[in-house]
Design a protein around this ligand. Structure first.
Ligand SMILES: C[S@@+](CC[C@H](N)C(=O)[O-])C[C@H]1O[C@@H](n2cnc3c(N)ncnc32)[C@H](O)[C@@H]1O
Length: 462
């Protein structure tokens, strides 16, 4: 495949690591309201819209919308856009960000003033913890957080201001907690009751204590809330002075795997997206605090299983997909997509190579093999549906990372391009970022260093 697509691979400084990560969005107006480490930058979306020549008569699709970077850029450029996203805190962020013109600055400033001085009674309800978030806050912080939450829910403020305050409270959860997001997991401060209890158990077994991180002095909820609200008000003030061409953006809630197949065909003029990477990072763990706060306790396992398979915990969705296509009377489409997946030689080769490494005992987790199979199977369904819902001439951009398991490098960019080509797309380019990604220390120690490509694959619907 490297040989087959060599002419498509183009290392370019136009798209650097900063552009394809959230780094550039952190302090960006509007985009920085909720820290979404997996997001790409608005500048990347701008550059791709320019490259694809998509103007105000276009309609963009973002099937893994996340913090809605693509939708927001489309809104600012007067381009219609449709996004799909599974996780509820991303919807809260979109609901708050998409109504910037509706906010009354006077009301928001009044809320900020009140929040800075009011005396709050003790909260009636506890924080709705998940098992994995227990002990994330000190007792005082948890009470203050819930007192502010009840104040926001019960004050007589406008519906849009309430949504905004909910987002602001959600956005400060990490900063006031004993946790830090760190790729695959939450890392815990040594002061948290979770680590204290764990160390107590370890001591009883004669084991060494785990030290945990030290987040230093944590802000209190009032200061964090008022600070974040001040930044948000500043952004709204700036944005309300600007005029945007009228356009419509919609964020659909649910799984792309099931929603895309029900959308009408031939409607989109471009796709700009990045799916979860095949790196075992679990969004429901990284965003456990935010999801818990939103009260998803009973749904957390369903959400985890509904995410595009990229963790070893994900089970195959094939039977579910088969039933879904049957229910929408599209079993033939399901069979045709499965036929492409099963006949893709490159995919078979990767699966075979991983199997050999597994037999040799080189894989540190048996679930990786199934995860990789499920990942590409599910993505193939997404690609097939994107082909169907796009107009002829539409350009598709997927940002993704190559990965390495048991020493085996999986060229996700070329495998996806190959699947897309087999499904009917024309491969256009694979933009490779100048800075490669390193390996996990585990992989590096055992199998040596190998730089992994981070790429943007571009395809076109003929
Ligand atoms: C790499 S992030 C996308 C970030 C986005 N481009 C941005 O700028 O914020 C991938 C997103 O896909 C979402 N996702 C994963 N599986 C999904 C599914 N089956 N349906 C819908 N969304 C899904 C995740 O929740 C996550 O927000």
């Amino acid at each position: 495949m490297e040989k087959r697509y060599v002419l498509l691979l183009e290392e370019t400084a136009r798209f650097n690591r900063k552009l394809v990560s959230f780094q550039a969005s952190k302090n960006e107006i509007l985009h920085g309201w909720l820290k979404y480490r997996e997001g790409f930058s608005p500048q990347l979306v701008d550059a791709l819209l320019d490259e694809f020549g998509i103007g105000t008569d276009g309609h963009i699709l973002e099937p893994f919308a996340g913090s809605s970077t693509t939708l927001l850029v489309a809104m600012m450029r007067g381009i219609d856009a449709t996004g799909i996203e599974l996780l509820p805190h991303c919807h809260l962020a979109w609901n708050a960000k998409s109504q910037i013109v509706q906010y009354s600055l006077e009301e928001l400033k009044q809320i900020a003033h009140q929040a800075a001085i009011l005396q709050l009674p003790s909260p009636r309800s506890p924080f709705p913890h998940l098992v994995i978030t227990e002990g994330a806050f000190s007792e005082g912080t948890e009470d203050e957080l819930m007192a502010f939450t009840e104040w926001v829910e019960e004050s007589s403020i406008s519906a849009e201001a309430r949504i905004l305050c909910r987002l602001v409270l959600t956005s400060i959860l990490e900063s006031v907690s004993y946790t830090r997001k760190d790729g695959q997991y939450l890392r815990w401060d040594g002061r948290s009751s979770k680590l204290k209890k764990r160390n107590h158990r370890r001591s009883a077994l004669g084991k060494k204590n785990v030290s945990g991180i030290d987040k230093g002095i944590l802000p209190n909820v009032r200061d964090a809330f008022c600070g974040a609200l001040k930044d948000v008000i500043r952004d709204i003030e700036i944005l309300q002075k600007q005029t945007f061409a009228p356009s419509t953006q919609t964020l659909l809630e649910g799984s792309t795997l099931y929603i895309l197949s029900t959308l009408a065909g031939e409607q989109f003029s471009g796709v700009i997206t990045s799916p979860p990477y095949a790196n075992r990072y679990d969004y429901t763990r990284t965003y456990a605090l935010e999801l818990a706060y939103m009260g998803v306790k009973d749904r957390i396992f369903d959400l985890r299983q509904s995410l595009l398979s990229c963790t070893v915990e994900n089970r195959s969705k094939i039977e579910e997909l088969r039933n879904h296509y049957k229910s929408i009377d599209c079993s033939e489409r399901f069979d045709a997509i499965m036929q492409v997946i099963q006949s893709n030689a490159a995919l078979a080769e990767v699966n075979q190579a991983l199997l050999i490494r597994q037999t040799r005992g080189e894989m540190n987790n048996r679930g990786v093999l199934t995860m990789v199979q499920n990942y590409f199977t599910e993505l193939a369904f997404v690609f097939a549906e994107i082909l169907r819902v796009c107009r002829s001439g539409a350009h598709i951009a997927f940002v993704n990372d190559n990965v390495r398991y048991g020493g085996e490098i999986i060229p996700v960019d070329l495998l996806c391009t190959n699947l897309a080509e087999q499904l009917g797309f024309e491969p256009v380019a694979v933009y490779v970022l100048p800075q490669r990604k390193g390996n996990s220390s585990q992989q590096m120690g055992k199998f040596g260093r190998a730089a992994l490509r981070k790429s943007i694959t571009i395809w076109r619907k003929p």
